[in-house]
Design a protein. Sequence first.
Length: 47
Amino acid sequence: MASLNALRRFYESLLPFVSSHHNTYTKLQSKVEFVMLSEVLSEAKEQ
């Protein structure tokens, strides 16, 4: 789960920058959520 936490930290570090660009933020958020979901699913398959 370390990579998931790293991804979340990276995402949160971008928030101040993207909050002024709402469309970019929304796209980034959905992309991050998709990546996180993929990560969780792949980890579930490995177990």
